[in-house]
Ligand binder design. Structure first.
Ligand SMILES: [Zn+2]
Ligand SMILES: [Zn+2]
Length: 146
């Protein structure tokens, strides 16, 4: 697969989307529509990604495929597994044993991240004071399932 092939041309016919890490060693593809789109302010995501708020696009596990390279892993808690490119360090995914059928992909690593803008803000308990909230979105002190 040529990574420079524009995926725009199939956009109306196919919901597929692709993304990848900074160095290009890891590429992934999703099919179907996201189950949820959130921006997380929790301390774990903040440190893992190095960003005050982290956008996550949550897909069914069977709809996520790594099409180039392989992912390094780090277990950030008993439930949580985070993956990243072992070469450049870009955070790629988050998964929780509490939701084994789902994988969250770092929204900003998609080639067209504007397609997956967040609809909710979560873990405001940990939000940094200088990080602005999108007031038009739903927000939650912790995870949105609580
Ligand atoms: Zn990389
Ligand atoms: Zn988080």
């Amino acid at each position: 697969m040529n990574p420079t092939t524009p995926i725009m041309m199939n956009r109306l016919n196919s919901p597929d989307a692709e993304g990848g890490c900074l160095c290009g060693a890891v590429r992934f593809r999703v099919t179907g529509q996201p189950l949820a789109l959130s921006r997380c302010h929790c301390e774990s995501c903040r440190r893992a990604v190095g960003s005050a708020g982290v956008g996550w696009s949550i897909f069914r596990r069977e709809e996520v495929t790594v099409v180039r390279g392989s992912l390094a892993q780090y277990r950030s808690s008993a439930q949580a597994l985070r993956t990243f490119c072992g070469n450049c360090g870009t955070s790629i995914s988050y998964e929780s044993s509490d939701e084994p059928a789902q994988v969250a992909l770092a929204t900003a690593t998609f080639d067209e991240p504007e397609r997956f803008s967040p609809s909710r803000e979560v873990w405001l308990e940990h939000k940094l004071s200088w990080e602005l909230l999108n007031q038009s979105l739903m927000s939650y002190d912790r995870g949105s399932s609580e």
